[in-house]
Design a protein around this ligand. Structure first.
Ligand SMILES: CCCC(=O)SCCNC(=O)CCNC(=O)[C@H](O)C(C)(C)COP(=O)(O)OP(=O)(O)OC[C@H]1O[C@@H](n2cnc3c(N)ncnc32)[C@H](O)[C@@H]1OP(=O)(O)O
Length: 304
């Protein structure tokens, strides 16, 4: 009985935190004190190199590029901090509808920079890095933007985890997603396991993590980790242009409606039913009687 009460208490606290997080987008996952958080940021800053580049287009689609080609786009400490800043910018971008996450120079991301990892390999720093990246990637997935990971080349370790922080994954020929954590004596720590289970189910997630299995185009489509194939197999143009075209099928239309669609899906995915229904009512209220709704009513549209 006490156990039941304790777990119900934890549930209530958790769902309250999630709800708060969904509304405000940030902060709820932080459990370190401000001073130790700022100390850890200093540690991350001591491992510079590479950048996270953001371009926001007038079309409402933004492109976020993991840029550290000399290290196969591995995440330096500085890049972890920059990712957080870019996500804050995207949270404030009210005209945005879509996001493409890609790696520079034809490969996706080889995970965390092993030089930084060696320097912070003690358990305390490992936990802080884990919390920091979980927080950023949770915020990334919750953005009111339809997001796509464009996987060219390799997405290894933390790079594989990064692909799961988008709504969809598109892959070009030769692309590979591999949770190599097992080979590093690890399991995912950036939230990649929790998200992977929700994408492919627990059976396939276990195969990918315990077997460190390589996911190529065919296998990826078979288990539902890869949503579509780009590149020479699909037609002309660069992979980025193709990804934009692909995304356009979901981002065509008014930003308010696209963003509302993403919001109700996020709440349906993350909140207990009663809270998800409440959020859905709130989001519905933002579009009901709005410009797009009134215009559609005036058009007397037929949907065939
Ligand atoms: C919770 C997060 C867990 C994690 O992410 S742990 C990290 C998991 N990732 C890895 O272990 C990737 C290790 N790297 C590799 O397996 C290979 O480098 C990889 C990506 C298959 C590419 O192989 P190749 O095409 O043969 O190229 P290469 O090995 O010569 O690499 C080119 C340069 O990039 C460097 N590099 C690649 N991945 C890195 C990483 N994660 N951290 C730091 N440096 C990395 C590599 O050392 C090499 O540098 P250099 O040219 O020797 O100076």
């Amino acid at each position: 009985m006490a156990l039941f009460a304790a777990s119900r208490n934890t549930m209530n606290k958790t769902s309250h935190a999630v709800f708060k997080f969904l509304r405000h987008g940030r902060g709820a996952c932080s459990s370190t004190s401000p001073s130790s958080e700022s100390e850890f940021r200093e540690k991350l800053r001591a491992f510079p190199g590479g950048s996270i580049d953001l371009v926001k287009r007038e079309s409402g689609i933004a492109v976020l590029t993991v840029n550290n080609p000399a290290r196969m786009n591995a995440f330096s400490g500085g890049m972890m901090l920059e990712l957080e800043e870019r996500i804050t910018e995207l949270e404030a971008w009210s005209e945005g509808k879509g996001l493409i996450l890609q790696g520079a120079a034809g490969t996706f991301c080889s995970g965390s920079d092993l030089n930084a990892v060696r320097a912070i390999s003690n358990p305390q720093d490992g936990m802080k890095m884990c919390l920091f990246m979980q927080n950023s990637l949770t915020r990334l997935l919750r953005l009111p933007l339809i997001s796509v990971a464009l996987v060219e080349g390799m997405a290894l370790g933390g790079g594989a985890e990064l692909t799961t922080a988008c709504d969809f994954r598109l892959m070009t020929a030769g692309g590979v997603i591999q949770f190599v954590h097992k080979h590093m004596g690890l399991v995912p720590g950036w939230g990649g396991a929790a998200r992977l289970v929700r994408i492919v189910g627990s059976q396939d997630a276990l195969k990918l993590l315990a077997g460190a299995k390589k996911v190529d185009l065919d296998f990826g489509k078979q288990i539902g980790l890869v949503d579509d194939v780009l590149g020479p197999l699909a037609g002309e143009g660069t992979a980025l242009q193709e990804a934009e075209q692909w995304l356009n099928q979901f981002t065509k239309g008014p930003a308010a409606v696209i963003r509302a669609a993403k919001r109700v899906v996020v709440s349906g995915r993350e909140l207990p039913l009663v809270e998800a229904l409440r959020t859905e009512r709130d989001v519905f209220g933002t579009v009901w009687g709005g410009p797009a709704n009134l215009e559609a009513l005036a058009r007397k549209s037929k949907h065939k």
